[in-house]
Write a protein that binds this ligand. Structure first.
Ligand code: C2E
Ligand code: MG
Ligand code: MG
Ligand code: MG
Length: 275
């Protein structure tokens, strides 16, 4: 009986595994197709100065649709893109589209910044710096309007390489943001050693800070840290007015979240600029 049970269990496991492999295979095919056919979209989520609600820029967020036109979450396909190495091609195209879009916004007389997410594997690719330079050159976007978002874990894979990459990138004149700040690395000394410009407080702290004193303390600490290191601070995942108020009172510079705007298709984002 034990043997029988064991075999059953193996069967269940194997069916789950098979379904998971099929799902991954489907997403991988969609990714390859999208890369070849320019089939993914880049959405833009507005970022505002909390002080006066001036629009200051947007975060670029990639979107992929399945065969039925439904969106697949980046949380599902970005890790797979990293595993398969497709992230390098995908990321290059996102960077290119984002720079071209931000250049286009200038038609409306707006000098808006675009923030582009960079996966760990992209960041450690030796060709990455040249790709960034090429995207800036092609788009003719001034480099101070480009921000690259990296996570602490991407920076900590290889500390020395990360430092030299960041120094070269910031020599191009663009800015570096640490995404999901507060969830990753436990030591903060890298903030002194690396040319970092922006911290994005992780959404989980913003979500919990009004119900949970510890999250509020963490946000307060991050605000002080950013001020003393002269870094710009972005509060992410702002969904409710009291969260906005609290961030503003604590001294957080910028806000991004569903309270203000969802990530928008490029044309909808441009409609914000007309007014
Ligand atoms: P992220 O960089 O931290 O991006 C913020 C995510 O939070 C986005 O999810 C955005 O839609 C969502 N968000 C914005 N405001 C709110 C809010 O008020 N409440 C809640 N609950 N969520 C909010 P999205 O677009 O699904 O992206 C998820 C993650 O996928 C991103 O997290 C980023 O790590 C990754 N990602 C997205 N686009 C790219 C890309 O082009 N390249 C790379 N390498 N990663 C990307
Ligand atoms: Mg981000
Ligand atoms: Mg984030
Ligand atoms: Mg600075």
């Amino acid at each position: 009986r034990a043997k029988q049970q064991g075999r059953n269990r193996y069967c269940f496991f194997s069916e789950d595994l098979e379904a998971e492999l099929m799902r991954r295979h489907d997403i991988e095919m969609l990714l390859r197709h999208a890369i070849d056919q320019d089939g993914f979209e880049v959405f833009f989520q507005p970022q505002f100065a909390l002080r006066n609600m001036a629009l200051i820029g947007a975060e670029a967020l990639v979107r992929l649709r399945d065969k039925d036109g439904n969106f697949i979450s980046p949380a599902d396909f970005i890790p797979l893109a990293e595993e398969t190495g497709l992230i390098n091609q995908l990321g290059r195209q996102v960077l290119r589209k984002s720079c071209l879009a931000a250049k286009g916004w200038q038609r409306y007389g707006k000098e808006l910044r675009v923030a582009v997410n960079i996966a760990a594997k992209q960041f450690s690719n030796p060709a990455f710096i040249d790709e960034v330079a090429a995207a800036l050159e092609e788009s003719e976007l001034r480099s101070h309007l480009l921000e690259l978002e990296v996570t602490e874990s991407a920076l900590m894979l290889d500390f020395d390489q990360a430092q030299s990459t960041l120094v070269k990138l910031s020599a191009l004149g663009l800015s570096i943001a640490i995404d999901d700040f507060g969830t990753g690395y436990s030591s903060l000394s890298y903030l002194k050693l690396f040319p970092v410009d922006v911290l994005k407080i992780d959404q989980s702290f913003v979500r919990d800070m009004l119900d949970d004193g510890q999250s509020l303390d963490i946000v307060r600490t991050i605000v002080h840290l950013a001020k003393s290191l002269n870094l710009t601070l972005v509060g992410e995942g702002v969904e409710r007015e009291p969260q906005k108020q609290t961030l503003l009172e604590l001294g957080c510079d910028l806000g991004q979240g569903f309270l203000f705007a969802r990530p928008l298709p490029a044309d909808e984002f441009e409609r914000l600029l007309v007014g």
